[in-house]
Design a protein around this ligand. Structure first.
Ligand code: SOE
Length: 388
């Protein structure tokens, strides 16, 4: 029997637009869905680029007017993969139009916007997902289940870092990710948000924080158009633009109602660390270590192992026994970054219409935003701040 179709509109044509398009294109080829997603329309700002994106990524139509797109009666799902400063307006409009919504992380550029977005989807009763995509790694899902079963016992320490190096060169041009009006914060919201979400997902809510934020290079060359994160440093340019967001951030945290301490580091100034998204969790019964640069594995130490076998073991998490893995390739034939988006889209589509869902929602996005907000306040005041 033919499956019911759900029509998707995607806003965003760049890095995330490409990643989400790929996920929508692949999902029904590898996963048995209840409904069939149709890649109806992609929306971007520049007509030529958006037309090309539609053709390259496999969308039926293209448009440059996001309001028109989110209000189309034939659209069921709106996927917001644009920079943070547009999230709130788009998501609130889409919620009012009764659309189910996927929105990239961080949910918004401010706590106020995030609250309004969470309230809008709640009022509209639509499904909503905030794109904390790294949760959808079989390794992370396995760690989540281990912690849920109590395999690590009482958690004492969470150590997480997200280290990149794409703007170490002072000649790297200014772009939207380095400007507060577009991105809200710098390394904090862009990559720190991932590790804060991950810690809250795996371990529990963060209750209070102390932090320091630093902008290492305060002015950068301005170039024509938008410099992407893959841009190469340009020749010395006479025109300079201000960087008014953090280049690096460190956070100390206490978890709510728990005997747990956390440390978080996010930076774009760690030469050689291209995309090291790492979390270490130490508990009374054992420990786990995960690093996205080696994303198909994690390390597990079990205190109960016999003394002569004590040590970290490396678990390959793309065996058929691990979540999602059997949908792809035979055991240990590996999956990559793009598969995480397919898992995300799979969960969203499969759980359409459900009230209780297993993926990160706008509520989770808001919970992360509350921590981001507290971090900014703690850094500015040089004091511990309670997460409200
Ligand atoms: C750039 O720092 C970036 O693409 C982030 O925006 C993503 O969220 C992260 O997953 C990888 O790095």
């Amino acid at each position: 029997m033919a499956k019911k179709k759900v029509n998707v509109a995607l806003i965003g044509t760049k890095f995330m637009g490409k990643a989400h398009s790929n996920a929508f294109r692949q999902v029904s080829r590898f996963f048995d869905l209840n409904v069939e997603p149709v890649m109806k329309v992609i929306c971007g700002q520049d007509p030529e680029g958006t037309k090309d994106a539609a053709a390259n990524f496999g969308w039926e139509e293209f448009d440059t007017d996001w309001k028109r797109v989110v209000n189309r009666p034939d659209i069921d799902i709106v996927d917001i993969s644009s920079p943070g400063y547009m999230h709130a307006a788009m998501a609130i409009e889409a919620a009012k139009a009764g659309k189910h919504i996927i929105c990239e992380k961080p949910l918004a550029n401010s706590l106020k916007e995030a609250k309004a977005m969470a309230a809008a989807v709640k009022k509209a009763g639509v499904n909503n997902l905030c794109g904390y995509t790294y949760r959808f790694n079989p390794a992370i899902q396995t760690i989540k289940a281990m912690i849920g079963r109590g395999d690590l016992g009482e958690i004492f320490h969470v150590r997480a870092c997200y280290l990149q190096d794409w703007i170490v060169d002072p000649e790297f041009p200014v772009n939207w990710r380095l400007q507060k009006k577009y991105s809200g914060t710098g390394s904090l919201g862009d990559i720190g948000a991932h590790i804060i979400d991950m810690a809250q997902y795996l371990v529990g809510e963060i209750g209070e924080v102390s932090a320091a934020m630093q902008t290492f290079i305060k002015e950068r060359p301005v170039i024509e158009g938008q410099a992407t994160i893959a841009a190469k440093a340009t020749k010395k340019s006479a025109k300079k633009g201000v960087v008014d967001v953090d280049d690096g951030v460190i956070v100390l945290a206490r978890f709510k109602g728990a005997n747990t301490l956390g440390t978080f580091e996010a930076t774009r100034f760690a030469p050689g660390k291209r995309n090291q998204n790492c979390i270490e969790i130490y508990g009374s019964k054992g420990s786990v270590i995960f690093n996205q640069e080696d994303m198909h594995k994690f390390q597990y130490y079990n205190i109960a192992d016999p003394p002569h076998l004590q040590g970290f073991r490396s678990i390959h998490a793309t065996d058929g026994a691990h979540p999602y893995a059997a949908n792809w390739w035979p055991s240990a034939h590996l999956i990559g970054y793009e598969h995480l988006f397919t898992h995300e889209v799979y969960e969203f589509i499969q759980q359409l219409g459900k009230k209780k869902v297993t993926y990160p929602t706008f509520e989770d996005g808001l919970r992360c935003q509350m921590v981001l907000d507290a971090v900014e306040k703690a850094a500015a005041k040089k004091k511990w701040v309670t997460v409200k």
